[in-house]
Design a protein around this ligand. Sequence first.
Ligand SMILES: [Fe+2]
Ligand SMILES: [Fe+2]
Length: 261
Amino acid sequence: MNEQLPESYQVLLEPIERLLKCPTPKAWIDHAVRPENIPLILIDHLHCELKAAQSAGLLLRRYALDNEAKEQVLDWLLPYEDRLYRHQVGTFGSKNKHVPRIRLRGAEPWQERLVDRMVLLMKEELHHFDQVFDILEERSITLFPVSASRYAARMLRDIRGGEKTGLIDKLIIGAIIEARSCERFAALAPHVDESLARFYLSLLRSEARHYEDYLALAQQVAEEDISERVAYFLGLEKTLIESPDQELRFHSGIPVLSDVA
Ligand SMILES: [Fe+2]
Ligand SMILES: [Fe+2]
């Protein structure tokens, strides 16, 4: 339990800390909050917000939407992708306004919930993207290229084949990434400046709900107990968090540093 946080946040964190198999190591926090590393952490965070929205968009397109709605999801994401990957501001004027009119294909009972939850999640992640972008601008931090960490890629490598099992695994991984993000925001908050701390804490509530939504969806799709599969990915995640990592990223492992004892 993070005792440096107000009680209302501790209540949000409690189930997350119970779910995850380890807390963020102190060595990662100490390294991440060094003033020279904050720009990297913020830019990687910006990538994470877009990736969270893109992953939700992928699930919508792959498992629930008709062709027209699929296009709308891509159109919704495009200005954000232009902004981050192509440094184009032209299409970015209308922040987060292209929420698609969704039409379902298929009639699985979980599809409606998937659409409902993932559209809301996309909306929130893209709002977070806007917020991180504004923080970078306020701090005059110029975007520089940041490669993806090993974290999500390694978990995604173990997704099972098969339509339904694959979807269940993707949802479980989504839940774990959201839960870890939440835990890391809380871990960072007491060690960064006041305005960044306030921002990180403001994210806790939505990220906590995102992890619950993913897990509930996985359970609904599976129609059978998923605890073994959840435990498998949680074990893998713990290894990624607690093993040495050459690159500092928002979800990286223990920093490998020559100047750290
Ligand atoms: Fe987010
Ligand atoms: Fe999230």
